[in-house]
Design a protein around this ligand. Structure first.
Ligand SMILES: [Zn+2]
Length: 282
């Protein structure tokens, strides 16, 4: 059976637009989704990212959380006939407030997989308020349980396989330890790319404030250099057929261009699956 990726809808966030794309529409409020992904059809079910803890915690960044009953991770997994205890691995693109908020719902024999550099970076203080205390303290508890945590050293090892057809690579953008999760699907390689891309339209498709052809715009929230950010985005466009960020609808890529977007009814149930249709042309 081929690997499939299902969207988990953890609710939305309201935030200021220039946080998403540097210098873009400063002061305007935008609402963006927070997704996770469920990978099925392989050796074990895998979840990538777990959303934010609750609506209140988003206030610590001056943002508004819009998480409802239906968005609870238990309810999102139940749509696929799974419970948290059925998940063998939880992978993290990175550990920001909206990506690792529900890890404590998973038992200690579910292994959380993190690039070690990201764990170090989360306690470095460099992007301090985006790594909330309860999430990081829980991850530290996991270090002391035999099966609860697996560290990768992607900067040194290069790609690391988790189950056949699913592997992790250093992202080289957004945070110092961010990683991409690559999934081999029947129709090509899909890359869950965390927050390396926030917004396909404003960063890649519409080159509104850029003079240079094919030049992606950087996000308003990153710890790496702008050159590194641009390079990491170009690398994604060069190498993968499907790109799945956490805060925008998945995109289909051909010859470094966005050629399709996964259709979703928003709000409402999201049953679309990558690589299955429907893909809408751009
Ligand atoms: Zn995020």
């Amino acid at each position: 059976m081929a690997l499939q990726i299902h969207i988990l809808d953890y609710g939305d966030i309201e935030l200021e637009t220039s946080f998403l794309v540097l210098g873009h529409e400063c002061g305007r409020v935008r609402r963006v989704p927070v997704y996770g992904f469920l990978i099925t059809g392989g050796e074990y079910p895998i979840v990538v990212d777990t959303g934010y803890r609750d609506n209140a915690i988003m206030e610590s960044l001056g943002m508004r959380g819009l998480q409802y009953h239906d968005n609870m991770i238990e309810n999102q997994l139940a749509r696929h006939g799974l419970r948290v205890g059925d998940i063998r691995y939880v992978l993290h693109t990175h550990l920001h407030i909206d990506h690792a908020g529900k890890d404590d719902k998973f038992p200690m024999n579910t292994t959380v997989v993190i690039n070690r550099r990201e764990m170090e970076f989360s306690v470095s203080g460099i992007m301090f308020p985006q790594y909330p205390k309860p999430d990081i303290k829980h991850l530290i508890d996991r270090i002391y349980e035999p099966e609860a945590m697996r560290f990768l050293d992607l900067d040194i090892t290069g790609a690391e396989e988790i189950i056949p057809g699913v592997w992790c690579e250093r992202a080289g953008a957004h945070t110092e330890g961010s990683m991409n999760v690559i999934v081999e699907t029947a129709e090509g390689l899909a890359c869950i790319c965390g927050d390396v891309i926030y917004d396909f339209n404003d960063q890649i498709v519409n080159h509104v404030y850029t003079n240079n052809w094919m030049e992606p715009r950087v996000t308003g929230n990153h710890s790496e250099s702008k050159r590194a950010e641009k390079g990491a985005i170009k690398k994604l466009l060069n190498n993968y057929t499907f790109l799945l960020p956490i805060h925008d609808r998945p995109a289909k890529i051909e010859r470094q261009r966005v050629v399709g977007r996964l259709g979703m009814s928003v709000p409402g149930p999201m049953t679309e699956t990558v690589p299955n249709r429907p893909w809408f042309p751009v």
